[in-house]
Design a binder for this molecule. Structure first.
Ligand code: NDP
Length: 244
């Protein structure tokens, strides 16, 4: 990563996104991050980025909003001068029995998890030069759905495989890569390691435990960095063996 590189991490105020924003800052990148509700948490992450000697920028931008998903890219370029790395991390999990999922649930999950990633990627591709990186956070549920209740979430995350492969073909000539990271169970507010289904999820992995957000961020760091220049259109599991 060159000294002036800039990243945008969607959903960067908490969880995997916050850990990723901090890891990229440690790697020497200035980082913009989006959030929706928790402005205080977003400000705290920006404070930690600045303490690492990098510039940070918190943007209130709902990935489910057609304008804001792309607008965050433009605000990043305005605020930090350029864009080299996009991490499509913002996502929601609506799990539950098939019959209980409403059309509103379907629209919301697809708007945030799929349309938001598409729109941000499209806007970012228009702003990135050679060496640009689009990294998307998928889910272990695209590779193994371990039980009922996952139809909507798994469907939304599976769409990101098509997005990533097609982006790699479309942007390869311009020297921009696109890759997908599939976390297994990760200890965050979305899926706490002491939650009601945590023991069952941990038991489904080969390692028998949840990941830390930092363990996922380490893979994003590799994919954002210079050693992954020849890696594109690929999927990486950071799932403790969930798919094995
Ligand atoms: P958390 O719920 O812990 O954090 C979500 C983050 O995204 C927060 O910063 C939140 O902001 C932000 N956010 C939520 N909705 C939106 C939105 N519509 N637009 C922009 N930002 C939003 O989630 P995780 O860190 O656990 O998950 C991050 C990603 O990893 C998601 O895509 C998830 O599907 C995926 N994942 C997570 C796994 C896990 O076990 N945790 C496993 C596999 C995949 P705010 O603070 O304002 O609410």
């Amino acid at each position: 990563m060159n000294g002036n590189a800039v990243a945008l991490v969607t959903g960067g105020s908490r969880g995997i996104g916050a850990a990723t924003a901090l890891r990229l800052a440690q790697d020497g990148t200035d980082v913009a991050l989006t959030y929706v509700d928790d402005a205080e948490a977003a400000r705290a992450v920006v404070g930690k980025i600045e303490a690492l000697g990098r510039r940070g920028l918190a943007l209130r931008a709902d990935a489910g909003g057609a304008e804001r998903a792309a607008g965050a890219v433009e605000e990043t370029v305005r605020g930090l001068g350029r864009l080299d790395v996009l991490v499509n991390n913002a996502g929601v999990g609506v799990l539950g029995p098939l019959e209980g999922l409403t059309i509103a649930d379907v629209d919301r999950v697809l708007a945030i998890n799929v349309r938001g990633a598409f729109l941000a990627s499209r806007a970012a591709a228009g702003r990135m030069g050679r060496g640009g990186r689009i990294i998307t956070i998928g889910s272990c549920m695209t590779q193994r759905v371990p039980g009922p209740g996952g139809t909507l979430y798994a469907m939304s995350k599976a769409a990101l495989t098509g997005l990533t492969k097609a982006l790699s073909r479309e942007l390869g000539e311009r020297g921009i890569t696109a890759n997908l990271v599939h976390p297994g169970p990760v200890d965050t507010d979305m899926n706490p390691a002491d939650g009601p289904y945590a023991a069952a999820q941990a038991a489904m992995t080969a390692l028998g435990r949840f990941a830390t957000p930092q363990e996922v961020a380490a893979m994003v760091s590799f994919l954002a960095g210079p050693d992954s220049a020849y890696v594109t259109g690929a999927e990486f599991s950071v799932d403790g063996g969930h798919a094995a």
